[in-house]
Unconditional design. Structure first.
Length: 345
């Protein structure tokens, strides 16, 4: 795949690679110590601080991949929606009509606006051990759109769903996509080995709307990115999407599908691994369990794959979503150690 270097052990077995979404986050004392002197926006936009936050879980827990510390909502700030954090994200504007979309003004070209991400990636690629993968990331179009309409990803997404039919989604994507591709480009030029597209709102849609509205736009993004960066990998994670959604994606420009914890992992691997690598998918809340119970959950997951005779070469171990702020960081440490020591094939 080119994402992870040789992982052969002395016994000739291969170790399953592991990284978690939000692995540099609020559960981690390293992050909290930096945050004492910096607000979230500064931590993201100062390349040296972003480097320090990103490197924390690599240095302490030895994940196989580092993921750029940033935020997926920055394109909304770039488009003039007025993004602040207090501490969660707040937008000054919401897209209630097509005119609201057409009245947006791009604050700066992507090459200039996302230079902080490029510079952070450059520092990370220079500072990371050569056997560690560097992951960039962006928000997928529908997830960014739903936030621009609703101000969050929660609730019924009523207005966002109506906006698929009144022209808002189309107008938003026409404005967003060149800028989003520009953001991906800057991260790739900075040295990111792969690009994650996080679509946490996608599963709120019914299958027919996902197929009609979301997948064509997603395929446009992945095709255009791969056209310029054919050797970079693309990872697509969608939350709440069922198996029929994932089977319908049919995108040769996506290399990895991240799946949430609701999926049966052996089934997903056997069904989809001929076309994609699969990342996932332990229930994130399990990291709050006593270690003895958490250890059993990890081993149950691994043994379920052994029993199902999956292609382990196509699996990247992870959570079904991101690290939660309440989990004990010692459980993260022990989880990575357990995976590196025991998840071999």
């Amino acid at each position: 795949m080119g994402l992870f270097n040789d992982r052969k052990s002395e016994a000739g077995k291969t170790t399953v690679p592991v990284w978690f979404m939000r692995q540099a986050g609020r559960y981690h004392a390293h992050y909290q110590n930096i945050k004492k002197d910096s607000d979230f926006m500064t931590m993201c936009k100062d390349p040296k601080l972003a480097y320090e936050v990103t490197m924390g879980p690599i240095n302490e827990f030895d994940f196989d991949a580092a993921i750029l510390f940033s935020d997926l909502l920055f394109p909304l700030e770039q488009l003039g929606l007025g993004l602040t954090y207090a501490p969660g994200p707040i937008l000054e504007k919401k897209l209630e009509t097509v005119s609201d979309v057409k009245n947006l003004k791009i604050k700066a070209p992507s090459k200039d606006y996302y230079s902080f991400q490029k510079d952070a990636c450059t520092l990370l690629r220079e500072g990371l051990p050569k056997n560690k993968t560097l992951l960039g990331f962006v928000g997928a179009p529908f997830t960014l759109y739903s936030y621009a309409v609703e101000g969050s990803h929660s609730g019924a997404l009523y207005s966002s769903k109506l906006g698929l039919f009144d022209g808002r989604f189309q107008a938003f994507c026409e404005l967003l996509l060149p800028q989003l591709l520009g953001e991906m480009r800057e991260q790739a030029l900075g040295g990111a080995d792969a690009m994650c597209l996080f679509d946490t709102a996608a599963g709120e849609l019914c299958f027919s709307d996902y197929k009609e509205f979301i997948l064509p736009v997603l395929r446009t993004v992945t095709k255009e990115f791969k056209k310029e960066f054919p050797t970079k990998k693309v990872i697509y994670y969608s939350k709440f999407t069922h198996m029929n959604y994932l089977k319908e994606i049919q995108d040769d420009n996506i290399d990895v599908l991240g799946i949430d914890w609701r999926h049966n992992l052996p089934e997903a691997l056997n069904e989809l691994s001929k076309d994609y690598y699969i990342q996932g998918n332990l229930e994130p809340a399990y990291l709050g369990l006593p270690w003895e119970t958490l250890e059993k959950k990890w081993m149950e997951l691994f043994r379920s794959l052994e029993t199902a005779d999956v292609d382990f070469d196509r699996w990247i171990c992870g959570l079904g979503h991101g690290c939660l702020q309440w989990i004990p960081q010692e459980n993260v440490r022990k989880s990575v150690e357990l995976i590196h020591q025991n998840f071999k094939y």
